[in-house]
Design a protein around this ligand. Structure first.
Ligand SMILES: [Ca+2]
Ligand SMILES: [Ca+2]
Length: 593
């Protein structure tokens, strides 16, 4: 029976993999670079991690405790550097953990970091890997199959609503009942009440999932404006832009909307790339409503901190930018740039893959919004990064996105797990920053040297011939539950050079332009009733805004009458007030903790 299931699962993977390769996948903030999904590697359950190397080492005896598993299996959790189980426990106990994985990643059973963790802890985990799409298709089946659930799901991707639902049905282990067995996680919750508040179930005050925490300060500003500096020199030489000199063309340059307009007009009307055609330059580019490189920063010209949900916290109030008169003015201003051919219309239709492909080869981008310039254009040295544009009324601010740096539902345990305290002691090790770094970037011995540097930090090994650092990472790092924040970046692991460069750019061109009273909306926990309100109205609200906005931006703007009827709908049938109240109540609870 089990074999038949396995064969069926493999067939399903093969079929899905073919479909997936055809569609490609989206890039998400947390994932590094996963351009395409390929067939999942055939599972090789024969390959098992080696026997714990430390089992016979002369480690100090495990602390005595009266847990029933201590006498036979040496179960201990207080010394986080010693094995959790003894030799016998490592042989006789095992846990079945189901996990989706990135297509480029090795089977987790074959990953060095997993073998190392087995060696260090004595806790044997048998991983069942599937592709991300198979997981999303099988998720409900797994939760519904009472008789045959794994012990846990890694990369569980649980939403607040799913957790409430399954917690109520007693399907999930209340992890907060086991904090005594989790010294690292317990300490994290004590030190970071804000993280704890993002995890607590409103209905019973318990925690049912383990989070991923990767705090780099990069996600709040997913757009940056890059300008072709070689082309701009020509605009200056032609005397076509007011008040701008060549020596000002450096990273961090502030331009007014009027100056930008003059520059874009020149790009539009001239053969900037010298191929004999004046009409193949794309003056300004972005990818409409994409998680990065979207249109939201343009609204900063009118003093709005917009984002894809148009929802931002101002003075601790949940605020919708689309209810602000300035949103109308901004929309009309931006729509004029589209009508005049200064913003490339393709920006509203292209996928991010198209956008990236069009940036390569013959230079066509005059200015563009993106996470970084290096992945977009062939010659990034031709581009500088700009501070936000100053709008016609003197406003200068930037998008504040709601992309969270903490994902709440990354791992769950099923209540059929026989020894949740043992498995949770094991997962607790993932929150040790040295383990977190290896979970996120790859293990010591492959990605990092065995020896630390003078400061006690991990040292990158030279790359093997013909392999990029992204490839090495994706192959060897499972990603998932980690705790990497300020402490880790200062004491354990250096941020990757690309992340450091981006952070420097944000410190120059983004962070100074966010007012102190404006914040992103954190992960919030809702009651069942609130979730019902959101599921009844929120999709409709998003569709309603998106449909109107794209038509206004592409068709010359919004009339006063159309704006008024839009406002009437928002406060009427679309029930924005109801949705806003749900977020406000949840936010107030979050702030009170
Ligand atoms: Ca042109
Ligand atoms: Ca040209």
């Amino acid at each position: 029976m089990k074999n038949i299931k396995k064969i069926l699962a493999l067939l399903l993977i093969a079929v899905l993999a073919v479909t997936l390769t055809a569609c490609g996948t989206k890039n998400e903030p947390a994932a590094t670079t996963a351009p395409t999904e390929a067939p999942a590697a055939t599972q090789n359950s024969e390959t098992q991690a080696e026997t714990p190397a430390q089992a016979e080492a002369a480690a100090p005896a495990a602390p005595v405790n009266d847990h029933p598993l201590n006498a036979e299996y040496g179960f201990q959790w207080t010394d986080t550097t010693a094995p959790i189980l003894n030799e016998k426990g490592s042989q006789e106990l095992s846990f079945h953990v189901y996990s989706s994985k990135n297509a480029s990643a090795l089977d987790y059973n074959d990953m060095k970091i997993m073998a190392d963790l087995y060696a260090q802890t004595g806790v044997r985990v048998e991983w069942e890997n599937v592709s991300e799409s198979v997981y999303s298709q099988q998720k409900n089946l797994i939760f519904g199959n009472k008789e045959n659930r794994p012990d846990a799901i890694y990369h569980a991707g649980m939403g607040a609503g799913e957790i409430i639902k399954y917690a109520k049905r007693k399907v999930l282990v209340p992890i907060s009942d086991y904090l005594d067995y989790m010294p690292n996680f317990r300490k994290l919750l004590e030190e970071r009440p804000d993280i704890k508040a993002q995890l607590l179930n409103v209905e019973d005050g318990k925690i049912y999932s383990l989070p991923r925490i990767e705090e780099m300060g990069l996600l709040q500003s997913p757009n940056l404006l890059f300008l072709n500096v070689a082309w701009t020199r020509e605009v200056i030489a032609a005397g076509a832009v007011d008040g701008l000199t060549e020596d000002q063309l450096k990273d961090g340059l502030t331009l007014t909307a009027a100056q930008m307009e003059q520059i874009l007009v020149y790009f539009r009307d001239h053969d900037m790339n010298g191929n004999g055609k004046t009409d193949d330059e794309r003056p300004m580019n972005f990818v409409y409503n994409n998680w990065q490189g979207n249109q939201c920063d343009l609204y900063g010209m009118f003093g709005l901190n917009d984002n894809l949900e148009h929802r931002v916290v101002v003075d601790d109030k949940i605020t919708y930018t689309v209810q602000d008169e300035r949103f109308k003015d901004a929309t009309n201003f931006i729509a004029n740039w589209v009508t005049d051919g200064l913003i490339d219309k393709v920006s509203f239709e292209q996928s991010q893959d198209n956008f990236l492909a069009n940036g390569k080869g013959m230079e066509t981008y005059g200015a563009f919004y993106w996470w970084e310039s290096e992945t977009v254009v062939s010659n990034p040295e031709n581009y500088i990064v700009l501070s936000p544009l100053v709008g016609p009324n003197g406003d200068q601010t930037i998008c504040v996105s709601n992309n969270p740096e903490i994902s709440a539902g990354e791992v769950i345990l099923f209540s059929n797990c026989k020894y949740p305290e043992v498995l949770l002691s094991y997962f607790d090790r993932y929150y040790d920053p040295f383990i977190s770094a290896q979970i996120n970037y790859g293990p010591i011995g492959i990605v990092y040297e065995e020896a630390l540097d003078d400061q006690g930090m991990l040292v990158q090994k030279p790359l093997p011939e013909g392999v990029t650092s992204d490839e090495l990472r994706l192959q060897n790092a499972p990603l998932g539950i980690i705790n990497l924040g300020e402490y880790a970046w200062n004491h354990v692991v250096h941020m990757e050079p690309r992340a450091q460069l981006r952070l420097e750019r944000l410190q120059l061109c983004a962070k100074p332009f966010v007012p102190d009273n404006v914040k992103p909306c954190p992960n919030l926990q809702f009651t069942m009733e609130e979730l019902n309100t959101l599921s009844n109205y929120e999709t409709n609200l998003n569709d309603y805004i998106r449909t109107n906005l794209i038509s206004w931006l592409m068709k010359g703007g919004v009339s006063d009458a159309a704006w008024q009827s839009f406002q009437n709908d928002l406060s009427g049938k679309v029930n924005l007030a109801g949705i806003q109240k749900v977020y406000q109540d949840a936010y107030d609870r979050y702030m009170a903790k």
